[in-house]
Design a protein around this ligand. Structure first.
Ligand code: FES
Length: 515
């Protein structure tokens, strides 16, 4: 089996029974803030795109690049489709001209022509990707590969039981706006960033240890930020609180925990993997490349500047009545929302900054009052500050997912009183009837099923499934004193009170076994 690195979470897998291109992403995503790192735009995409199968793991724009798919990927390719609850991924691919779809069943092995076996595990909670994320398992001629990309299954047992895996490709770096956009003192931001960076690595080690593959490939990040306004997010300033460590940092951190089987793929690197060997060639010296990272980014920044300028020029729509339009779009959704609205529990304020940089308009999405209205000098727990033109653009393109556009762009700042509240972001990724109904249904079912079974951790009997996303706490739970930490996403719970210390809601059922 041959794996060609094509940048970020993307790779091409070649076997004698056919080729699969995964998540090809080249054009900037999220308001031109994220670019693939290292640069992959100079690869021979005409050739790479001439494939038998296409796999797009999910609709996040650093995995689904409509412009690139349209231009370079063969429409004769059969799409390997994850089993998602909504048809949006298929619809968007059909709009681009793909007509051949192979609908997989989650967690089921499918045999394709020539004996190529594939399995896609679809994760479908409202917090997985933009409603859905997935991993691809491939087997041919006794060689097995897992492209986990940035999916976070609660464990990898379904893959492990299919036999020893030879190549495991997974995310290790950050892909979020926390804590950089928070209006916090620098020292606090650094401390939170460091915690986040450590947690990302811990989670990666856990997955690696779960699967025990022969070779581990760090993929799916980090992106790079080429706009001057976001340049500080690149991990080139020795900031220990930067959440975007690159592949060379992965290799040194992995070595510290005893990892010796890491393989870095640059765009254009090729790994030939058999059941007993691996041979990798690179387009340039890997160590030298990372030693010159800053120069690479500066050169990219100059080359891509016109693309950023052109995108920026398309965001302004001064004719749009932002408050009126948000009222029209969001109020019907607030009316229908039970779980999300209750979960947010208060007003969320948006400060929109005009074209000259002065705050001009403060809008409140009032979840208890089911209203979108002008800010009325009240106390709010969540506040976002962003450019008015970004919201104008979201309205103009009728964007139904502000996470997969505004929030991932990092082109905003945020302040909150109290804990993180995942319902805020879950709601703003569900700004359509279909998505909102799905998310409401999911939370309804989740609430009923999550605390049925128990497990024992130290002196405590606790519900077996994590109140966050159902991780098995007999595997992921660690108790220190009276605090339980679920290692899947690092959420903490105070056991005597059951209170979640990481986010609003999400109470855990716990009882001291030997009081
Ligand atoms: S499942 Fe996310 S912290 Fe437990």
């Amino acid at each position: 089996m041959r794996i060609t690195g094509t940048g970020h979470a993307s790779m091409r897998i070649d076997t004698d029974a056919g080729s699969i291109l995964c998540d090809p992403w080249v054009n900037p995503a999220y308001f031109a803030s994220w670019f693939p790192f290292p640069d992959n735009s100079l690869l021979d995409w005409e050739t790479l795109g001439d494939v038998d199968y296409l796999y797009v793991s999910h609709l996040h724009r650093d995995h689904f690049d409509a412009e690139h798919l349209l231009r370079f990927i063969s429409k004769k390719a059969t799409v390997l489709l994850p089993e998602y609850p909504t048809s949006q991924l298929e619809d968007e691919l059909r709009d681009l001209g793909f007509t051949s779809f192979f609908r997989t069943k989650s967690d089921e092995v499918h045999e394709l022509d020539g004996g190529l076996k594939v399995m896609i595990q679809a994760l479908i909670s409202p917090t997985d990707g933009p409603i859905g994320d997935s991993s691809l398992w491939v087997e041919h001629d006794g060689v097995r590969l897992l492209n986990q990309n940035d999916a976070r299954p609660s464990d990898l047992s379904r893959f492990a039981e299919l036999g020893h895996v030879h190549a495991h490709l997974l995310q290790f770096s950050g892909a979020i706006w926390y804590p950089m956009v928070y209006e916090l003192p620098t020292a606090a931001k650094t401390a939170f960033g460091k915690q986040k960076r450590d947690r990302q690595f811990d989670r990666t080690w856990r997955y690696i240890d779960d699967l025990k593959a022969d070779h581990v490939f760090p993929i799916a990040g980090p992106p790079c930020f080429l706009d001057d306004e976001l340049w500080q997010f690149n991990d080139i300033f020795g900031d220990e609180g930067n959440i975007f460590p690159d592949q060379s940092v992965f290799m040194s951190e992995y070595a510290k925990v005893g990892g010796t089987n890491g393989v870095v793929l640059l765009p254009g690197s090729v790994s030939d993997v058999t059941a007993g060997s691996i041979e990798t060639t690179h387009p340039t010296d890997v160590d030298e490349f990372f030693a010159n990272k800053k120069a690479h980014l500066e050169e990219m920044r100059d080359r891509k500047a016109p693309i950023i300028a052109a995108e920026k020029a398309s965001w302004r729509h001064p004719e749009i009545d932002v408050l009126g339009e948000l009222k029209k779009r969001i109020e019907p959704l607030l009316e229908e929302s039970i779980y999300l609205a209750k979960g947010v529990g208060g007003p969320v304020r948006f400060d929109l900054v005009n074209y000259d940089g002065d705050a001009i308009e403060s809008i409140v999405v009032d979840f208890p009052g089911k209203q979108v209205r002008a800010y009325a000098d009240e106390k709010v727990r969540y506040r976002f500050r962003t450019q008015r033109e970004l919201i104008e653009h979201l309205i103009f393109i009728d964007e139904g997912d502000w996470v997969n556009s505004l929030f991932l762009s990092c082109r905003f700042s945020a302040a909150r009183i109290g804990q993180y509240n995942e319902f805020v972001y879950a709601f703003f990724k569900c700004l359509s009837e279909e998505r909102l109904q799905y998310a409401e249904g999911w939370y309804d079912e989740h609430e009923k099923s999550v605390d049925a079974e128990d497990t024992h951790l130290g002196d405590w009997t606790v519900q077996r499934r994590c109140p966050h996303l159902k991780a098995d706490l007999s595997r992921f739970g660690i108790v220190e004193g009276n605090v339980l930490t679920c290692q899947l996403h690092g959420w903490k719970f105070d056991l005597p009170s059951g209170k979640c210390l990481t986010s609003v809601g999400h109470k855990i059922r716990a009882e001291k076994t030997n009081p």
